[in-house]
Design a protein around this ligand. Structure first.
Ligand code: CP
Ligand code: NVA
Length: 319
């Protein structure tokens, strides 16, 4: 029997048990990198389509598809007929005739859903305005490496009950991913940002649709959110597409900068994480970025390993 086509558009497209499997597979891929050739995507071509800028996602997926034995096909959305009005539906149907799967970074999350619905190949969300699930899963993996060193089978369990403080733009795609993914994995998410940046009705509706209990709190008080945190996270204050609000956001979010003083209110063992790119002096101080608590480059590296595990998982379910 053919298995059902799977996509990874949001954290909850993987069950917690599958997330645990992805963590274990990623750890094995990380340990074996460069010594054994992957074959999960052998004889396959995967499209990587970007409507927005990217450094980490672009390179880690390109390298990842190659290392799994597949052929990455880099697509700049501006070069495709989609930029001249060809429909998403037709683009998805046509590209499904050539490609075995696609990784897409876009603005509207609905584009990913339409691609998945109209095409006949797995679709991976490489960031939308709504969610950044590959980053979230990588961040949890990176943290679990520290909570359960050398025991990848315990990675998912090690995250349960831990507290993450998310500071700054608490209405952005990364914050949404923590709200949704945190609930799925049993992680407490303490959001602190300006009034008006509460989690949206859309992300709350998603939690409800997935039958998940909220594990997040929202406050305008950064110190309260950080208190007792096992990890402190921030993201840029001006996400891609929000440039028109830059001046206002920089002013509003100033109290939420992660600096040495704020970080000192978390557990002494707390880690600092950031999806990058960072803007030192804005959402985080240069001192915190370079501190011993910062694990930002492990995070960046782990994108490769975790995404390879996700691609292999989807390919295995392609039927
Ligand atoms: N963190 C992240 O997704 O980085 P890029 O925008 O460089 O891909
Ligand atoms: N929130 C950021 C994440 C960048 C990886 C953005 O959407 O620009």
């Amino acid at each position: 029997m053919l298995s059902e086509m799977r996509h990874f558009l949001k954290e909850t497209d993987l069950s917690p048990a599958e997330m645990a499997q992805v963590f274990a597979a990623a750890a094995a891929l990380k340990a074996g990198r460069g010594r054994s050739a992957g074959s999960a995507l052998a004889h396959q071509s995967w499209g990587l389509m970007f409507f927005k800028k990217s450094t980490r996602t672009r390179v880690s997926f390109q390298v990842g598809v190659h290392e799994l034995g597949g052929q990455p096909v880099m697509l700049n959305a501006d070069d495709l007929q989609i930029s001249r009005g060809e429909t998403i539906a037709d683009t998805a149907r046509v590209l499904s005739r050539y490609l075995h799967g696609m990784v897409i970074r876009c603005h509207e999350h609905g584009l990913l859903e339409e691609f998945a619905q109209c095409g006949t190949m797995p679709i991976v969300n490489a960031l939308s305005d709504f969610l950044h699930p590959c980053q979230f899963l990588t961040d949890m993996f990176t943290l679990a490496e520290r909570f359960a060193p050398g025991r990848p089978e315990q990675y998912a369990a090690s995250l349960k009950g831990k507290k993450v403080a998310f500071l700054g733009d608490t209405a952005c795609n990364m914050a949404n991913s923590f709200v949704l993914g945190g609930a799925a994995l049993g992680v407490e998410i303490a959001l602190a940002g300006p009034a008006g940046f509460e989690p949206s009705a859309a992300i709350r509706a998603q939690l409800q649709a997935d039958g998940l209990k909220e594990t997040f709190t929202f406050s305008t008080d950064p110190a309260a959110a950080v208190k007792g945190a096992d990890m402190v996270y921030t993201d840029v204050w001006v996400s891609m597409g929000m440039e028109a609000e830059k001046a206002e956001r920089l002013k509003l979010m100033q109290p939420y900068q992660v600096n040495t003083q704020l970080l000192s209110l978390a557990k002494p063992t707390a880690y600092f994480m950031h999806c990058l790119p960072a803007h030192p002096g804005e959402e985080v101080s240069a001192e915190v970025l370079a501190s011993k608590q910062s694990i930002i480059f492990d995070q960046a590296e782990n994108r490769l390993h975790v995404q390879k595990a996700i691609l292999a998982h989807l390919a295995a379910h392609r039927g």
